[in-house]
Design a protein around this ligand. Sequence first.
Ligand SMILES: O=C(CO)COP(=O)(O)O
Ligand SMILES: [Zn+2]
Length: 213
Amino acid sequence: MTAVISEETRMRDSICAVGKSLFDRGLTAGSTGNISARLGDGRLLMTPTNASLGTLDPGRLSLFDADGTHVAGDRPTKEAFLHRCMYCERLGANAVVHLHSTHAVAVSILADTDPEDALPPLTAYYAMRVGRLPLVPYYAPGDEALALAVKQEARRVHAVLLANHGPVVAGRSLLDAQYAMEELEETAKLHLMLHGRAVRPLSRAEADRLAGG
Ligand SMILES: O=C(CO)COP(=O)(O)O
Ligand SMILES: [Zn+2]
């Protein structure tokens, strides 16, 4: 007899595997960062608050019903409302990843970062997977005002950078969100490495052609 593995079970395992992969590569430290995914019936799985992404337990992830009520699992991330705001504005999104990845956080702190678009389109993969990256003004982690500021941007973009905090990325799948997050962090690193050098980013037209690819 073949065992049928439910979408929910599979997603629980995927969230924990992605969390561990990101944590093990130093893309977020301590208990920072959070991950969520939307199931086919509209329920949401989220990482619990104060959990390390490196040691998530699939059986303890927070589960929300389609109306947004926490129905099972540990107490959810303090950014639960922010994740829900992303899904609310982006109907095609099925996963959201938030990290405190070092280079992106550094860019979120620099005084001369463009609030309209925090990073230039340095590479094709950045343009394809991230696109425009607005800088959301500083609010404390978990503040409802932070979630509402993200919601406003999420109408037009799937990635934002929270000032003095870190990036948030939505994707059609968890893998899409993970890949976009990795491109964002790599581009932030390149941007800082190239500081003070004359650079030739993609043109706006080239970047726009690649967007959403
Ligand atoms: O990154 C974080 C807050 O912005 C981590 O918070 P949680 O532990 O509540 O998920
Ligand atoms: Zn955070």
